[in-house]
Design a protein. Structure first.
Length: 216
């Protein structure tokens, strides 16, 4: 139930981007990264992307950049389209499958622990990048602005507001004690006009009535 509500809210708020204006991101972004599971990472870690519903991910790449030396140690060719809620989850592959709930794509996304960076790009342009951890003088930073915090085992780093990219990972990302693949924070601090709030409230009421739900 909670997950369904989160997806509905994300869909409704995504549909209200025309009212939000300049806060909306035009390009897909990395919205959550879970790179260090307790024990083995195999099949458990994931990268979540947020973009415009219906947009294709064909031709996009996810790259892991080593903080020590700056080499690209992992490159993943993506495919598919962003679903109706704009949330696309790449689950780590283990034995041909993944344990990540609601994964839209399966690949080897077992990125290294910090300090490192993950980059989303096409053949010519970097679309988004997040660096995480404490970078020393000799380390290579491939993120934006300042680094996001390093996540302890079992926690993820997530974009505080998937509709906003300030160009500073340290400002945009927070730690989540419990990773949330497939769910963006629908209660993000996006200032909706009163008309949009009324529309969202009314539409959710209709959904509740039509699905026979007693509360949300």
């Amino acid at each position: 139930m909670k997950k369904w509500i989160g997806k509905c809210n994300a869909m409704l708020l995504t549909g209200s981007l025309g009212l939000i204006g300049s806060t909306a991101v035009a390009s897909p972004v990395i919205s959550e990264l879970f790179y260090d599971a307790p024990g083995s990472d195999a099949g458990l870690v994931f990268v979540e992307l947020f973009g415009t519903p219906g947009d294709s991910l064909d031709g996009l790449l996810l790259e892991g950049v080593n903080g020590s030396g700056g080499t690209v140690y992992k490159s993943i060719n993506l495919g598919g389209v962003f679903p109706f809620d704009g949330v696309f989850v790449v689950g780590d592959e283990s034995g041909g499958s993944t344990q990540v709930a609601d994964a839209d794509f399966i690949a080897d996304v077992d990125f290294q622990n910090s300090p490192d960076s993950v980059v989303l790009r096409d053949a010519a342009t970097v679309l988004d990048a997040v660096a995480y951890g404490s970078f020393g003088a000799g380390d290579v930073f491939a993120g934006e602005g300042t680094a996001a915090p390093a996540a302890p085992a079992g926690a993820s780093i997530a974009r505080f507001n998937p509709w906003i990219d300030t160009g500073d990972n340290g400002a945009d990302f927070v730690l989540l004690d419990t990773p949330t693949p497939g769910v963006v924070p629908a209660a993000s601090a996006v200032p909706l006009p009163a008309s949009a709030v009324l529309f969202v409230s009314g539409f959710l009421s209709l959904l509740v009535s039509s699905r026979g739900l007693t509360s949300i």
